[in-house]
Design a binder for this molecule. Structure first.
Ligand SMILES: [Cu+2]
Length: 158
């Protein structure tokens, strides 16, 4: 009984030895072969500068993209006087307008108290505001620091 068990174990042991030797011999030359031809990974072709065109082909403008509207907040060191350019703005009820405010050299605000609009703009910088006019009327537009200097206007929603 004992001998019959020992014999197969000896066979297994020698097979394992052969495998270990074979593996050791096979693994030896592997580090010698360096891989010189590893091409640098190509940079991902990201194009972050391409802006998505906001469907500007529509001519109605009121429902889809909204209206783009630029207002210059002018001052004496800029174009000569404190004023909104333009200072009388007219929109339609339900119209969504994306304003761009460009302040010339001083801090200004685009403030319409009755509509809850109060957008500050630092001198020499721009600010954007998207607003939907949902009630009709004529509303006073002021620049808070320069209202007394005549920097006022009106917004008419019809
Ligand atoms: Cu102002």
């Amino acid at each position: 009984m004992v001998r019959r068990r020992l014999l197969p174990m000896a066979v297994v042991t020698s097979i394992v030895s052969i495998i270990l030797v074979a593996c050791g011999g096979g693994a030896a030359p592997a580090p010698a072969t360096a891989q010189p031809a590893s091409p640098p990974p190509p940079p991902p072709a990201a194009t972050p500068t391409a802006p998505a065109a906001p469907g500007g082909s529509g001519s109605s403008g009121a429902s889809t993209g909204g209206t783009q509207f630029e207002v210059t907040l002018a001052d004496p060191a800029g174009s000569g006087s404190y004023e909104f350019k333009p200072d009388n703005l007219t929109f339609k009820v339900g119209e969504t307008v994306t304003f761009t405010f460009n302040a010339q050299t001083e801090f200004h605000t685009f403030t319409v108290d009755d509509l809850g609009i109060d957008e500050p703009v630092d001198g020499g910088s721009s600010s954007t505001l998207t607003f939907t006019f949902d009630k009709a009327g004529t509303f006073d537009l002021i620049c808070i620091p320069h209202e007394a200097l005549g920097m006022v206007g009106t917004i008419t929603v019809q």
